[in-house]
Design a protein around this ligand. Structure first.
Ligand code: MG
Length: 376
């Protein structure tokens, strides 16, 4: 039985992780649950799973009903390194996942990583710490999971990684049309049900750049060997081409519970009746098209920053987090996401070969800058 800490348990990945736990009650015990603000859902999860430790942002007073079940309050770093925990599911969003991921790795706990900003901000530091401590980073994002599955059993004679992209909610729209997009339209993802931040990031395609960055760090893949192709059906989750020209792909209907389950059970595969199966005839055709860089410039912008290295991608990621919040609250338009990020980066003084503190400083700075831009 694996004992799990689920950080971000009230978010989309957190809830689906608990679904997997419900389907396999003999294989997992939940010992830690962490949420940000959704105390109501956290309380019901605590009632159901009876963890030893909980973490959330509420006051002690507000947390009283949760703590009355006998669990203890702690912060996310403590939970990630807790002695009862065998595996940490990092299902938080944005910068919040960075500290706990490092804490888990330092404590020798394997991390199932859904929080992609962790690798965007600090991919070099996180992967080298994992290597040093000999702890596994298990990808949960569907594309890195697909690459991981394709690489299994291979001796890494890889010539190309091809990451697929649904194209997001706004695929096919011109710049003029994008200028009038509402947050509701940008949140209407055609194939995946996900949290708000990642759905907006999918609409700008910055999410796809983040996945290239994840693949770069997780699989030690050179930038020029990672390509992206738009595949609107979201059936092929990514492909790997080997030196002989043969290509392996991982296919399944879009359901995050599959990559979650794969990471939780790795190296085993188990049958889960509630996850639907691929039906080739029903799907009919799988199509591919190039990325539209003109309408979705954030993809290239994010990759350029990642290639520059240092604190550039951390500043970019933080500026994007703020810009997405501003779009969701209706304070800026969809096309202004790129403008906010660019404006912030214009004044960034990078630290090359940064420490974690340098990365967190860059992130804090970028947040403040992005916030200030909108005030004036
Ligand atoms: Mg993905």
């Amino acid at each position: 039985m694996k004992r799990l800490a689920i950080l971000g348990s009230t978010g989309s990945i957190g809830k689906q992780t608990l679904d997997v736990v419900r389907a396999f009650p003999k294989d997992f015990r939940v010992v830690g649950l962490a949420a940000r603000n959704n105390l109501e859902l956290l309380a019901s999860q605590v009632q159901e799973f009876r963890p030893s430790v909980v973490s959330c942002r509420g006051s002690r007073e507000k947390m009283a009903p949760i703590l009355s079940t006998g669990c203890e309050a702690c912060d996310m770093e403590e939970m990630a390194g807790h002695h009862q925990v065998d595996l940490v599911m990092m299902a938080t969003v944005g910068e919040a996942g960075l500290g706990p991921t490092l804490a888990a790795l330092q404590a020798g706990k394997p991390v199932a990583l859904a929080n992609k900003e962790v690798l965007v901000m600090a991919g070099g530091l996180v992967t080298s710490l994992a290597q040093k401590t000999g702890v596994e980073l298990l990808p949960v994002d569907s594309e890195p999971s697909a690459i991981w599955q394709c690489l299994r059993g291979e001796d890494r004679r890889v010539s190309r990684i091809i990451i697929t992209a649904s194209g997001g909610a706004l695929r096919g729209r011109s710049i003029e049309e994008l200028a009038r997009v509402t947050p509701q339209e940008a949140l209407r993802h055609p194939t995946w049900r996900m949290g708000q931040k990642i759905t907006i990031d999918s609409a700008t395609l910055i999410n796809k750049a983040f996945e290239v960055i994840e693949a770069h760090w997780l699989f030690d893949a050179p930038w020029d060997r990672i390509e992206v192709v738009v595949h609107p059906q979201s059936i092929i989750h990514s492909m790997v081409e080997f030196e002989d020209g043969s290509v392996k792909a991982q296919l399944s209907p879009p359901d995050m519970r599959l990559p979650i389950q794969y990471a939780l059970f790795y190296p085993d595969r188990v049958s889960n009746e509630s996850i639907s199966r691929f039906d080739p005839v029903a799907v009919g055709s799988l199509t591919f098209e190039p990325l539209d860089h003109e309408s979705f410039p954030c993809f290239r912008l994010a990759l350029d920053m990642a290639k520059r290295g240092g604190t550039w991608p951390a500043a970019l990621s933080a500026a994007d987090e703020v810009a997405v919040e501003l779009v969701l609250s209706g304070r800026i338009g969809f096309l202004e996401i790129e403008k906010v990020i660019k404006e912030v980066l214009k004044d960034h003084h990078p630290v090359m070969e940064p420490s974690i503190d340098d990365i967190l400083d860059a992130s804090r700075w970028a947040r403040e800058q992005a916030g200030r831009l909108v005030e004036v």
